[in-house]
Design a protein around this ligand. Structure first.
Ligand code: HEM
Length: 444
């Protein structure tokens, strides 16, 4: 009999504990056997059966989708990520993960009971497996562990059984499929009949305004994030501000892509991995550096490291030859190298030369992204697949701010703005709902 189906081989059963990660381990089906396992598993299956598959398939971060479907705030995803890194009994528990469990219990209604643990357990089980599936890892969960009758620990290979087998087999195959499908939506948005118009936000309020205006995905602008904090752009000083913003934006019901320059002063691969854990759908990495362009080989290495660290992210490789007015003749060679290193898209800000745009769009095997510096229709006809606003909206907001204040000073009336109550009502506790008309199936 296979180990997974053999009752003599048990999961590492976890004793009850008062709080923290150990409390969670001691209350979920995953680390229980016998009638206790059967009872908790039945509870998990009931919860899974009540989930709406369409809600799981929504655009946006998969764990946030699942959290919402399970009645938690979408913003629970960041805490789920913390707990997932310590969930298995052979992993060590951190104080941060224990605190995250306490916040999750509070978010789930505040009861430290079995029902709450099973609910949170679903989120934690989903976290790593769904990320790995999105990254195309086969099998997403490579191994599991059992305790043999002689008390030794056995590592079981899951290559032939990606969802396990026997009494602990994954009860959420269908839900996993729906979540992965939704999470891949950002990629598919580049394949639609029209270019993806990707507006760039600099804080939660601007991102929410864009979601409310019907944009299907939102990016960030590094200039906007830096300037809003009084910091210089492209100087590697906004890592914590950007990470913090990303951890909030993933609560929105649309895919989020984050501009990380060339690492924001951190190891870009590490930062990419942190953002992927949060449920970000994509990142932009650029080859511009304070003194000029990075050597193409060095940047290709960076793109490869980022892809290896976070394979599920849509990595948009920015070629700064036109932006920096430097080595323009290298544009295509650089784009090819970054694609060879695993880039999922190529972004050439500042490029307006129709002949080169058309050639790149035709020849590159990945979507071409440009700034909205030419009319949308022209970009579409040239084959551009993504059109970003970069820092445009942030700069427009600065202008509107100063002009509105000047109107007040001049005694003019200011009309047509959202009211205080409307803006006050826009919080991440109640983010805008699913967007009507967003294509959630593959448009091809
Ligand atoms: C592609 C994604 C997924 C894969 C490949 C996967 C795989 C697995 C595997 C191999 C096991 C068995 C572990 C063992 O026997 O030791 C398992 C258990 C489990 N999975 Fe999944 N899973 C996925 C997604 C999910 C999702 C989205 C959820 C929740 C919504 C979930 C909930 C669970 C639960 C609760 C268990 C424990 C069941 C028990 O012990 O009775 N999984 N999963």
């Amino acid at each position: 009999m296979e180990i997974l189906e053999n009752p003599g081989y048990t999961v590492p059963v976890q004793p009850p504990a008062r709080d923290g990660v150990r409390w969670l381990r001691g209350r979920v089906p995953r680390f229980a056997e016998g009638p206790v396992h059967a009872r908790r598993r039945a509870l998990a299956e009931r919860m899974l059966g009540a989930l709406d598959a369409a809600a799981l398939r929504r655009p946006g971060a998969p764990v946030a989708n699942l959290a919402e479907a399970l009645g938690l705030p979408r913003s629970a995803a960041a805490d789920v990520a913390l707990v997932a890194s310590c969930y298995q009994p052979h992993q060590c528990v951190t104080a941060a993960a224990d605190e995250a469990v306490a916040r999750l219990v509070a978010a789930a209604g505040g009861r430290w009971d079995e029902e709450t643990a099973v609910r949170l357990g679903l989120l934690v089980q989903a976290h790593d497996a769904v990320r790995a599936a999105m990254a195309g890892r086969e099998p997403p969960v490579p191994t599991t562990r059992r305790i043999a009758p002689d008390g030794s620990e056995v590592v079981v290979d899951l290559a032939a059984r990606p969802f396990g087998a026997g009494r602990h087999a994954c009860p959420a195959r269908a839900q996993a499929g729906a979540l992965v499908d939704g999470a891949r939506l950002f990629r598919r948005m580049h394949d639609g009949p029209e270019p993806l118009v990707l507006p760039n936000a600099w804080d939660v309020a601007s991102a929410m305004a864009l979601v409310r205006a019907g944009f299907a995905a939102v990016g960030t602008t590094s200039l906007g994030v830096a300037a809003a904090h009084g910091l210089p752009d492209a100087a590697g000083r906004t890592r914590s501000e950007t990470r913090e913003l990303a951890s909030r934006l993933v609560a929105l019901p649309v895919p989020i892509t984050v501009d990380i320059e060339y690492g924001l002063g951190a190891d870009p691969a590490e930062l990419a991995s942190e953002l992927a854990v949060l449920g970000v759908a994509g990142i932009n990495v650029e080859d511009g550096r304070p003194g000029g362009l990075a050597p193409a080989a060095e940047q290709a290495h960076l793109v490869r490291a980022v892809k290896d660290a976070a394979p599920e992210l849509f990595v948009n490789a920015r070629v700064d030859t036109y932006w920096r007015h430097e080595a323009r003749e290298e544009t295509r060679r650089r784009a090819d190298r970054y694609v060879g290193a695993g880039a999922d898209g190529v972004f050439v800000p500042g490029l307006r030369d129709s002949a080169l745009i058309g050639a790149l769009a035709r020849d590159l095997p990945v979507p071409l992204n440009l700034l909205s510096q030419l009319p949308l229709r022209q970009l579409r006809d040239l084959g551009v697949r993504r059109v970003s606003t970069g820092s445009l909206l942030f700069r427009a907001a600065l202008k509107a701010t100063a002009e509105t204040a000047e109107s007040v000073r001049a005694g003019d009336s200011v009309t047509g703005l959202p009211t205080y109550d409307e803006v006050a009502a826009r919080t991440l506790d109640e983010p805008p709902g699913p967007l009507a008309g967003i294509e959630t199936e593959n448009p091809r």
